[in-house]
Design a protein around this ligand. Structure first.
Ligand code: 13P
Ligand code: SF4
Length: 322
């Protein structure tokens, strides 16, 4: 406990000394989220993280999340230095969508508008017409569909089929998935609902269609938190990374938040509703990054040619999301 508090104080001092601000995602550990709050940083969904990083005057961003979030921050603010507690923090969607295969897929469908989820590498974004996050995916696909455009969507197949159904658009999907959300099971949610009949079901759209179907609200992390605050229900069954409970409990302490059941538990569960890469962001590696004067080990660099290309669909995303 003493060590923990010492780390927190050290980080606060170093953030000031290095003109740095902490940009954290709702899936990081409560320790990291509270530190971001206390130091004037942000805790938010991936779209708001991108916006905050771009607009903030600090010369250095410490991104606590996964690699695509650090890359997005760097692409949108090439003049800032961007660090992460560890560059090892990746994402199964990013891993499952390699640049060359994706580029070949696009070449096979030249008539389609290419829309990629933010959870992708800079190289994949550079090949895209649009980047989106879950908070604006349906609106964007509806907009493109109204213009008569056919869509090529990557990499999350669950989010892809959700937006296809919602917008009634022609969407061809890449076959990727999030290892955390893919584990949620509709039957488990229905069983839990028997014990809590008044509970509302909040679901992130990276979950399988069978879980999305029984949701009361489907949305990005920020949208789910908003729903938890605004809805009258006393209890909520939440199908997304359990990191989100920190903010839900903070904003609605009188309500009960229940984890949606996953396929397995213990050794049989690969992720148990917590992203293993998000969990890599800790106090100790954050101190190390801030203390290292060069910080070169954990600094984000994006090839300038790719960055220039990827900046176009990323800025489109920010403009569309206004
Ligand atoms: P949002 O915060 O945009 O809902 O994204 C969820 C996610 O999977 C980030 O890893
Ligand atoms: Fe990727 Fe899923 Fe982890 Fe989000 S929760 S970073 S989508 S693996």
């Amino acid at each position: 406990e003493e060590q923990r508090l010492a780390y927190r104080e050290r980080i606060k001092t170093l953030l000031r000394e290095r003109d740095a601000v902490l940009v954290a995602h709702y899936y990081t550990d409560p320790e990291i989220q509270s530190l971001a709050e206390e130091t004037g940083g942000c805790v938010s969904d991936s779209l708001e993280m991108a916006r905050f990083g771009k607009d903030h005057p600090a010369s250095t961003l410490i991104v606590a999340g996964v690699k695509f979030m650090g890359e997005t921050a760097k692409i949108l603010s090439p003049e800032k230095r961007v660090f992460m507690p560890t560059l090892e923090a990746t994402c199964s969607l990013d891993i499952g969508c390699p640049e060359q295969e994706f580029s070949d897929f696009c070449d096979q469908h030249p008539d389609r508008t290419v829309v990629v989820y933010a959870n992708t590498s800079a190289a994949v974004k550079a090949r895209a017409d649009w980047v989106v996050t879950s908070s604006i995916a349906v609106e964007l696909i509806e907009h493109l569909d109204r213009n008569g455009e056919k869509i090529l969507w990557a990499p999350d197949k669950h989010l892809g089929s959700y937006v296809r159904d919602k917008a009634g658009a022609d969407v061809l999907c890449w076959d990727g998935a999030c290892i955390v959300h893919e584990e949620f099971k509709a039957q488990g949610v229905l069983d839990l609902k028997k014990a809590y009949p008044d509970a509302a079901v909040l679901v992130h759209p990276e979950s399988p269609a069978s879980v999305v179907e029984i949701a009361d609200v489907v949305g990005s992390t920020s949208q789910l938190i908003k729903a938890a605050c605004e809805m009258d229900n006393d209890a909520f069954i939440v199908a997304t990374d359990k990191g989100i409970f920190y903010k839900m409990q903070q904003l609605a302490p009188e309500k009960t938040f229940l984890e949606a059941p996953t396929a397995g538990s213990g050794a049989t569960c690969r992720s148990c509703a917590h992203c293993p890469w998000m969990a890599m962001n800790g106090l100790q590696n954050m101190v190390a990054v801030l203390e290292d004067d060069n910080g070169m080990g954990q600094e984000i660099f994006v090839d300038p040619v790719l960055a220039e290309k990827a900046m176009v669909p990323l800025n489109r995303m920010l403009d569309f999301g206004q």
